[in-house]
Structure formats: structure tokens, C-alpha cells
Design a protein around this ligand. Structure first.
Ligand code: UTP
Ligand code: MG
Length: 499
């Protein structure tokens, strides 16, 4: 859909539409009201609209530049103003943005009430952050590390569609288009309001023509035909299915697809396919590990790890990271950092833990990767996607009796246990803050923080370190707050990093 179809959206509303032509006698031609539906609700809004019209007020159903008075019941001024600013209005600065109390006063007096300070909904959004001169001045930053993103996604319909488009680009190895949609997802997730008109995308970063066209289509039709076409394509469905198996990456999935295989049963009976150990476990426990893990299950695993590790080292430090640390209620796996206050002592911890799980009979799969970390490697001054810390990718058996409130089981499943994917990583304590930041994620948040460091600060950030290229020195950090401070960024709590 071309952009020309987008622009007239705003223009059309410059003229009063049929819906806003009052059927009643207009007494106050100079006043044109718009009632904000949010918080007020649809039926109360219609009632108040009718009431005002019978009293001689003009009330438009649509927000346009002709409006003189915006009336809201929303006491959260920042979200209201963020929404108004996103509505692509040229006259916003001339409009009165008023609390419902002004409206009720006006209805009582039978004329537009004199505006008093108590009626005004002030724009209290903080002044633009004074970052370094090189950071573009924008209400919403292009970097996720300068936006707060909670788990409350107000634009899920749009982001779900974008995730499918991004994944399809990934399947077709079109990385830059994939990244463009992932960035758009991340921006939409950060909005404290629901995008309801295409005009509201004005001023939002990281939205290209294509992303805007998809938004417009979904807002108008409630669906995207491009997304529906992808979802019904055999290639997408098959690659999605195959890559959902633990140990099956895109290359393997593609290979199987090209050989004409379309289902798990076809793979499992194909004599020429030799599954590796990880894939065998992936298929064996598919039913369990393809189901979400709950927070209660994650906490139960934390207790098991805690008990096992303290038999070996009394001062071990165990931290739940990944999505659960960001406040998510469910995840696809559980991620923990396990370390010791004394540098070097952490090296043996994961092996001891794996032994302990084996003895307890709860180790269903283990892939241990010893540390390849050495301080000299930091000198390479390149960003490393994979970190060098000792880690293990596990599948553990979790008994229902260990979980507060029980397991999240499929209907009819009365085994009393389930398999869960668990990742453990063990950085030395002097690298803990960097590892914690990296493993807390989200992946898109990490990507943007590294991009911000590189482009805006000429620094290299990864899971091991932060290097200042201008000063030619490594910057130390004891906490995540230290890393944000080195980068000149306002600190964001883990639950604000769900980009
Ligand atoms: P996950 O893939 O577990 O993501 O990696 P998640 O955010 O917890 O999502 P769910 O809820 O499980 O689906 C957690 C973080 O660990 C980083 C990833 O980049 C992500 O931010 N990570 C993972 C690493 O830094 N290195 C690794 O080797 C693996
Ligand atoms: Mg995780």
C-alpha cells in the first residue's frame, strides 16, 4: 500500500466529517471538543458527546487540527501527552488539554466554563535527555537502551505480525530486513499506548515504509495479508516446525526441507538421517520442552541448583537471569549465572553441579562447554557474539512435588514430572556485571546497547568487558549500574529491558 494512502488520513479530518456535523443547534461555534475514549470508555463517551451536543457544543468524533479542546478522564498525563504527540497534529500547541472536570463544569453552566489551572492536564513528560551531542534528539530513541520496555506490550497485534515477518526474512537469509522488523517490534513494545492510527507513527524511530504499510493494513482490516500468506506457506510452516526442536538450527532445517521432508515422523523414519545427541534429546523431550516454563517452575529449579551447589561451595552465588529476571511470567528455558566470590574458584562449579544432577537422577541431557576465557582475549577489541565463559546446556527432570502450585502439565499428563531446558553460565566474579547484563537480555536490548556503545560512545561492549577506544582502556564494572554509567545512560531496571 503506498504512502499516499497514509497521508490523506490526517488531511481528511481537517474538514468536519459527516459523523461530527451536529444535528443540534450550535451555540458555541468557536469551541470544538474532542473526548478521549481511553479511561472514559466507549459508552460513556457517546453519552457525554450527546449531552454536550444537546447543550449546543460541537463535539467531533475524530481528533483533528480543528479541535480546540481535548477532554480526558485519564489522570496519567504522560501517557495522554505521549499519545497526543504521536497523533501528527499541527495545532496541538494551540489546543486546550483539559480534565473531565472542565467538561462537567461546562455542562452544569450550559456554556464553556472558564478554564482554571485545576482543569489543565499539563505536559509533564521530562525534557529531552541531554545525552552527548551526537545522540539524535528524539522523543523516542532509536536505541532500546534509551527506552523503557516493560512486559506489558500494548501493541501485541502489530508486534506478533512483525515477528512473523522478521522470522520469515531470517528463514530466507535476508538479515537486514529481518533486523528492520525486529527493531520495529522493539519500538512498538516500548510504547505506553496502543497505536490506533497511522498518523500516530509519525516521529517513531525505526519504522520504514514497509513496516508502516503493514501497520496501516492491520489497523484498517484487522489483519495483514502478507503475514497470512507466510503463515500458510509450506516452507515457513516446515522450517518453523523443524527449528522448534532443540539442536536443530536453520541450516539443518533447510537441508531437511530441501530433501522433501515435512514432518517429524518423516525425519525419524528416514534411514539416511543421523541425529546428533542434542537433536535426539530434542525429539525425545519435545512435548515437554516445547511448552512454556512457568515462574514457579523456574524458582523450583533455582532451589535445586542452590542446594546442589552449596554442597560443593558454601559461598556460591546463583542468579536467575534471562526473561525471568526481566519479570516475564513464562519462558522457553531457565537461565542462571553460577559463580563464586573468589576468581578462579568458579571453574569447577558447573562440573560438580552436573555430577550432582546425575546422582539425583534428574539429568536428562547435558552439553558442557569449558571456559575458553582468558584476559588476553579481551585485547582483540572485537565484539564477540558467543561468550567464552564455562557454560552448560541442560535438560533437567523437575518433579511436581518441588513446584509451588504444581507443574504446568498438558491435559491428561499424570507423570508427576516434566523436562525443562536449563542454561547455566559461570563467569569469573570480575566479569559478573557484564555477564549479568548480557544474559539478562533481552537479545534486542543487548544488540541496541552494543550498537549505542559503538556508534555513540566509540566503546565496545560484550558479555566480558567494556572497552573505550578513545581512551584505549578497559572500564571496570562491579554492577550493571556501573556499565550504564560508563556509557552515560540512565539506568534501566531489568523489567524495563523487555525490548
Ligand atoms: P534466552 O534465549 O533464554 O532468552 O537468552 P530469554 O530472554 O530468556 O527468553 P525466553 O523467555 O527464555 O524465551 C537469555 C539471554 O542470554 C543471552 C541472550 O542474548 C539473551 O539475552 N545469551 C544466551 C548470551 O549472552 N550468550 C549465550 O551463549 C546464550
Ligand atoms: Mg531464557
Amino acid at each position: 500500500m503506498s504512502n499516499s494512502a497514509i497521508v490523506p488520513w490526517v488531511r481528511k479530518r481537517s474538514k468536519p466529517t459527516c459523523a461530527s456535523v451536529p444535528a443540534h443547534v450550535v451555540k458555541f461555534k468557536e469551541v470544538r471538543l474532542y473526548l478521549v475514549e481511553r479511561k472514559m470508555g466507549c459508552s460513556r463517551r457517546s453519552f457525554l458527546t450527546q449531552l454536550a451536543r444537546t447543550k449546543g457544543f460541537i463535539v467531533d468524533d475524530i481528533l483533528s487540527d480543528d479541535i480546540t479542546h481535548v477532554v480526558s478522564e485519564d489522570s496519567g498525563s504522560s501517557s495522554l501527552w505521549a499519545w497526543l504527540k504521536g497523533c501528527a497534529l499541527e495545532n496541538l500547541s494551540k489546543m486546550q488539554v483539559l480534565h473531565i472536570s472542565w467538561f462537567t463544569d461546562s455542562m452544569r453552566e450550559g456554556k464553556p466554563a472558564t478554564i482554571e489551572t485545576r482543569h489543565l492536564i499539563q505536559d509533564t513528560s521530562p525534557a529531552l535527555q541531554e545525552e552527548s551531542a551526537s545522540v539524535p534528539v528524539s522523543v523516542i530513541s532509536q536505541y532500546a537502551c534509551q527506552r523503557q520496555t516493560s512486559t506489558d506490550n500494548k501493541n501485541k497485534i502489530l508486534t506478533d505480525a512483525f515477528e512473523i515477518l522478521a522470522e520469515n526474512y531470517e528463514f530466507n537469509e535476508l538479515q537486514s530486513s529481518c533486523l528492520a522488523f525486529r527493531r520495529a517490534v522493539s519500538v512498538l513494545k516500548s510504547l505506553p499506548w496502543t497505536l490506533q492510527c497511522i498518523g500516530a507513527t509519525q516521529g517513531l524511530p525505526c519504522l520504514r515504509e514497509h513496516t508502516k504499510a503493514v501497520i496501516e493494513e492491520i489497523l484498517q482490516c484487522g489483519r495483514s495479508f502478507e503475514v497470512e500468506k507466510i503463515l500458510s506457506s509450506e516452507r515457513y510452516q516446515t522450517l518453523k516446525l523443524f527449528t522448534s526442536v532443540f539442536g536443530v538450527g536453520l541450516k539443518t532445517a533447510e537441508k531437511w526441507y530441501r530433501r522433501g521432508l515435512r514432518s517429524f515422523s518423516e525425519i525419524l523414519v528416514e534411514p539416511s538421517i543421523e541425529l546428533n545427541r542434542m537433536q535426539k534429546s530434542g525429539f525425545l523431550h519435545y512435548g515437554d520442552i516445547s511448552r512454556v516454563v512457568t515462574k514457579a517452575e523456574a524458582l523450583a529449579l533455582g532451589n535445586i541448583i542452590d542446594e546442589a551447589v552449596h554442597l560443593v561451595t558454601s559461598d556460591a552465588v546463583i542468579t536467575l537471569t534471562g526473561g525471568f529476571r526481566r519479570g516475564k511470567e513464562v519462558g522457553h528455558d531457565v537461565d542462571f549465572i553460577v559463580t563464586t566470590p573468589e576468581v578462579g574458584k568458579e571453574e569447577c562449579v558447573l562440573r560438580h553441579l552436573i555430577d550432582s544432577f546425575k546422582k539425583q537422577g534428574i539429568l536428562l541431557y547435558s552439553d558442557y562447554r569449558p571456559s575458553t576465557f582468558h584476559v588476553s582475549k579481551l585485547q582483540c577489541q572485537r565484539f564477540e557474539a558467543m561468550d567464552y565463559f564455562a557454560k552448560c546446556f541442560l535438560i533437567l527432570r523437575l518433579e511436581a512435588t518441588r513446584v509451588d502450585g504444581g507443574l504446568s502439565c498438558a491435559e491428561g499428563d499424570n507423570r508427576g514430572w516434566r523436562a525443562i531446558r536449563v542454561d547455566l553460565v559461570s563467569p569469573p566474579m570480575d566479569r559478573y556485571a557484564f555477564a549479568l547484563l548480557g544474559w539478562t537480555g533481552s537479545t534486542q536490548f543487548d544488540r541496541d546497547m552494543r550498537r549505542f556503545a559503538r556508534i555513540e560512545r566509540r566503546m565496545i561492549l560484550d558479555n566480558h568487558t567494556l572497552y573505550d577506544k578513545r581512551k584505549e582502556e578497559f572500564l571496570t564494572a562491579r554492577s550493571e549500574e556501573d556499565i550504564f554509567a560508563h556509557l552515560g545512560l540512565e539506568y534501566l531496571e531489568p523489567w524495563q529491558r523487555n525490548a
